[in-house]
Write a protein that binds this ligand. Structure first.
Ligand code: M6R
Length: 365
């Protein structure tokens, strides 16, 4: 059942090229420059005319929600807020029928997310679900929805569900932009880049041995910092969550520029700092952040662009990965971080598929 892999988590990490492909199959039409999402067709006008979109989720699904915020604002120019479902539901949120609430959940059974949906519906908002489990409570209770086609996810640490959610959020952002903020030509370019991703994810998976070697060096660290900017900021949060939940190493994710507002005080020779530093508009800024860590003797690990060898001299370890257009980068940059967390946890003897104190779906409030 683990198809030759030692753990479900590793199997599911390796299933990501397929999960991404399945989540866009038949929906993103590269020749037409259009997106077709059957599950939201009836509500598309109301969705495109939303005054505000609020995304509610927990854990990893909340991180994909943050990527969704950046995607929808970038492409569709509709204001988006991302809320922890647990906070949203208990604080009398201000909602009207012009608002759209998007609930994201792998299991479709998370109690707080379900409660947020009920609150939103009661206040007249249109509720859209993005779920992986077909027929789950959240899928049933939402007004419309889009399934992620990641296939069953068994490992408690969410991996392929995250990349499938982000894929669906790209498609949703494009659907909301159609006939409004993006031309068919622009949509076509994005879809064509999206189609390259499964192959690029596979190339990153081929770096597994390299990442394993790196994991051996850092497995005894007590703390980790993950830093990224823009679309890679939610990935920094996700990298930190993966590490803490399966290896029990304390880890924090931050927007790189926030480091100097506090976390920089933590940096010494025992602190590994993982930077996501692909070539984009904020590249020079992140290089300065790397210098700041180096000058305090922090141990620098970098996820960098293929061919960017200048960065090698600034870091103890560099993982070079292929580039894509910036809004699609989270689908690539998250992969090495999943593998790093996995190998560190295995090397420490942890039960990666069933970490202590955690359940696959959190059905208590
Ligand atoms: O099933 P859901 O997506 O609603 O679950 C939300 C979180 O409980 C979940 O993502 C959790 O944070 C994972 N263990 C993260 O790997």
């Amino acid at each position: 059942e683990k198809a030759g892999f030692d753990h479900f988590m590793l199997k599911e990490i390796f299933e990501q090229p397929e999960a991404i492909e399945n989540s866009m199959r038949g929906r993103a039409l590269p020749n037409e420059g259009q997106v077709r999402l059957g599950g939201i067709r009836e509500h598309i006008d109301r969705l495109r005319n939303a005054k505000r979109i609020i995304i509610c989720a927990c854990g990893t699904s909340w991180h994909s929600g943050l990527v969704g915020e950046y995607l929808i604002e970038e492409y569709a120019r509709i204001p988006v807020e991302v809320e922890y479902a647990s906070e949203f539901r208990y604080r009398h949120p201000i909602l009207s029928k012009d608002d759209v609430v998007i609930a994201i959940s792998q299991s479709g059974e998370t109690a707080d997310t379900l409660a947020a949906i009920r609150e939103a519906k009661a206040k007249g908002a249109l509720v859209l679900g993005i779920c992986n489990v077909v027929g789950s409570s959240i899928a049933r209770e939402t007004d419309c929805g889009i399934y992620t086609h990641a296939g069953p996810e068994i490992g408690v640490a969410s991996t392929k569900a995250f990349t499938a959610q982000v894929t669906v959020l790209v498609l949703l952002a494009l659907a909301l932009s159609q006939k409004r903020t993006l031309s068919d030509e622009q949509t076509k370019d994005i879809i064509q880049d999206l189609y390259q991703l499964p192959k690029k994810v596979q190339e990153i998976l081929n770096l597994n041995e390299e990442i394993f070697e790196m994991a051996k060096v850092f497995k005894d660290a007590r703390n980790f910092l993950y830093l990224g900017r823009g679309f890679n900021f939610p990935v920094a949060l996700e990298g930190a969550l993966k590490l803490k939940e399966i290896s029990y190493i304390h880890a924090e994710g931050y927007p790189a520029a926030e480091m100097k507002h506090g976390p920089i005080a933590l940096i010494d020779e025992n602190m590994p700092v993982v930077f996501i530093a692909n070539k984009d508009s904020s590249y020079q800024k992140i290089i300065s952040n790397i210098e700041e860590v180096r000058s305090r003797k922090g141990r620098v690990i970098v996820i960098a662009s293929e061919g960017d060898n200048d960065i090698d001299k600034l870091a103890e370890f560099v993982i070079h990965i292929p580039d894509a257009m910036m809004p699609l980068m989270p689908l690539l940059t998250v992969i090495p971080l999943q593998l790093l967390a996995y190998h560190i946890a295995v090397l420490r003897g942890c039960d990666v598929d069933q970490p202590r104190n955690l359940a696959k779906s959190v059905t208590v409030e």
